[in-house]
Design a protein. Structure first.
Ligand code: FAD
Ligand code: NAP
Length: 336
């Protein structure tokens, strides 16, 4: 017997985008179901201090912020489901999705908020020093390296922007790139090259991240020359890996949903509308530029409002047991 959940709004992902969509969707009486995925709360649950989410003068903790968002979403009527979607059929409405335990989700609108994950080098010491010197987000963690030496690894727009950003906090920023030219836009390169506090190390890849004695965290990065294999070291307290992100969209390949060449979901500019009517995308899964909790939350709100308007315009029949002003039980569970 297969469990089936039917809902007017299904949200994939429980990061800031998904939970913000849930808050707005629930307050619109749509009784959304949120499928939380393997990382309930999303990326902010793997960090500690968050200092740039508006509304908090004091430093807050990422996991705490996400617990609060979830509690707020549940308080206004969203239902959390601990499941991961493994199959989607977006060929007709209502859409049908399947969880990894076989549960089926049927929905009139789908909000995709599955996020993106930073790519890592896989070099020795990288995972061990995560949060102790190694990071993949300068905007998030740069502040903790005020007055310290930092390095950025990568040669794309993100790496160059992160190096430039880090000069706000550090007077000694090193960009480490595996080739002898950058792929970043020319205008960014010009800014980088003329910045007095940024040095570029060419043709080197990270051999390992070196931990200091005791609780010193990162103290240096060992580099290997990509031409002759020679080994050298650069002394830094912060190492920012900026070699790209992977949007969590594997699931949608072949579903008819338009993805760009890097796999991000394409949305109509200034909206959360995808190419499939009734499917909306928000947060990092559709954003390779800003990638912040507050922008994810903002676009999550947009997705819920867009979905609500879509349902109104599509004039979907209101389920019989819905009483005006009182959303129906979100999970109409039955057997198929
Ligand atoms: P995510 O937070 O990535 O959430 C994605 C959600 O989708 C997860 O719940 C996951 O379980 C779910 N999911 C994925 N696949 C499936 C599936 N198949 N089925 C169901 N669910 C699925 N930003 C800031 O503004 N300030 C900071 O200080 C800050 N610090 C950061 C520190 C670190 C270490 C990292 C990695 C990021 C940081 N960021 C910070 C960035 C911020 O966390 C992201 O921009 C934000 O979390 C993106 O939100 P999202 O909801 O789009 O996606
Ligand atoms: P990217 O363009 O894919 O660049 C990744 C960089 O990391 C490349 O220089 C690559 O080196 C390097 N790299 C990859 N794997 C590596 C490894 N294992 N070891 C060492 N180096 C490695 O990624 P991105 O910079 O994150 O940008 C992603 C997309 O977002 C791009 O389309 C970019 O234009 C866009 N973006 C735009 C803006 C903006 O418009 N302001 C800002 C940020 C990002 P090689 O060059 O040798 O391949």
């Amino acid at each position: 017997m297969t469990a089936v959940h039917s809902t007017r709004m299904l949200i994939l992902g429980s990061g800031p985008a998904g939970l913000s969509a849930a808050i707005y969707g629930a307050r619109a009486g749509l009784a959304p179901i949120v499928v939380q995925g393997l990382q309930p709360g999303g990326q902010l649950t793997i960090t500690t201090d968050v200092e740039n989410y508006p509304g908090f003068r004091d430093v807050i903790q990422g996991p705490w912020l996400m617990e609060e968002m979830q509690a707020q979403a549940e308080h206004v009527g969203a239902t959390m489901v601990w499941d991961t979607i493994v199959e989607v059929d977006l060929s007709e409405r209502p859409f049908r999705l399947k969880g990894d335990g076989g549960t089926v989700y049927v929905c009139d609108t789908l909000v995709i908020a599955t996020g993106a994950q930073a790519k890592w080098l896989g070099a020795p010491g990288e995972a061990e020093l995560g949060g102790k010197g190694v990071s993949a987000c300068a905007t998030c963690d740069g502040f903790f390296y005020r007055g310290k030496r930092v390095a950025v690894i990568g040669g794309g727009n993100t790496a160059v922007e992160e190096a430039l950003y880090l000069t706000n906090h550090s007077h000694e920023v090193t960009l480490i790139h595996r080739r002898d030219s950058l792929r970043a836009e020319k205008i960014l390169q010009e800014r980088l090259f003329k910045h007095p506090n940024i040095k570029v190390i060419w043709n080197k890849q990270v051999a390992r991240f070196i931990e200091g004695e005791g609780a010193a965290g990162l103290v240096a990065i060992e580099l290997e020359d990509t031409r002759d294999g020679s080994i050298s070291q650069v002394a830094v307290e912060g190492g920012f890996v900026a070699i790209g992100h992977s949007p969590a969209t594997e699931l949608f390949k072949g579903s008819g949903l338009t993805l760009d060449k890097e796999g991000y979901i394409t949305v109509r500019a200034g909206t959360s509308l995808t190419n499939i009517p009734g499917v909306f995308a928000c947060g990092d899964v559709a954003d390779k530029v800003y990638r912040q909790a507050v922008t994810a939350a903002g676009t999550g709100c947009m997705a819920a409002l867009d979905a609500e308007r879509f349902l109104q315009a599509a004039d979907f029949p209101v389920p019989e047991d819905e009483v005006a002003g009182h959303p129906i039980d979100p999970a109409i569970e039955h057997a198929e």
